[in-house]
Design a protein around this ligand. Sequence first.
Ligand code: ITT
Length: 192
Amino acid sequence: MSDLLFATNNIHKLREIQEILGNNFKILSLKDVNLDVEIPETQETIEGNAAQKARFIRETTGMNCFADDTGLEINALDGRPGVYSARYAGEGCSFDDNIDKILMELSGIENRKACFRCSICLIMDGSEYLFEGRVDGIITKERQGSDGFGYDPVFLPDGYRQTFAEMPAYLKNGISHRGKAVLKMVRFLKKQ
Ligand code: ITT
């Protein structure tokens, strides 16, 4: 199988996906191919953004590649931050700024149901494929744990007593939105 380029500038995602894929597939990062670019992400859905990122990198490099886009959807906030999860607290904000914002918006609200949704767009030999994964849970009232990234310290998946930031990586990857979407992509790639 030819190398697959992962169209992301998020180092945490790269590590997670490398860990999920193990030695089965060789994944190249943008750094591996000396590409230092801002990847456009201007669509209104996570599916649209995943496709936009993958198409941009495909057009730039000509390589087989994939991109993922993830959104945290909180019921009591009408699905926000959703597609704006990366920059919910404003351009250039940190993971902590985003968490502070959702905790503030949820203060005093008992319904803390939320889900992560992940879409992966794979472009291989000119064709596009979509893989999706979802995990349901609740937003905790305060941060718990320091592993993972993004909203992990405040996301408690249904059926577990540890947030994503308290779990070992293998456990998060086994049940997470990204883990499920990647597994679907792996099954597809193994059939090729
Ligand atoms: P790329 O577009 O370069 O891949 P990004 O950080 O912009 O990186 P996304 O738009 O897909 O990635 O993700 C939106 C945000 O959602 C991300 O910045 C995190 O804050 C959060 N996020 C994504 N995956 C997550 C995960 O597994 N656990 C916790 N938060 C996550």
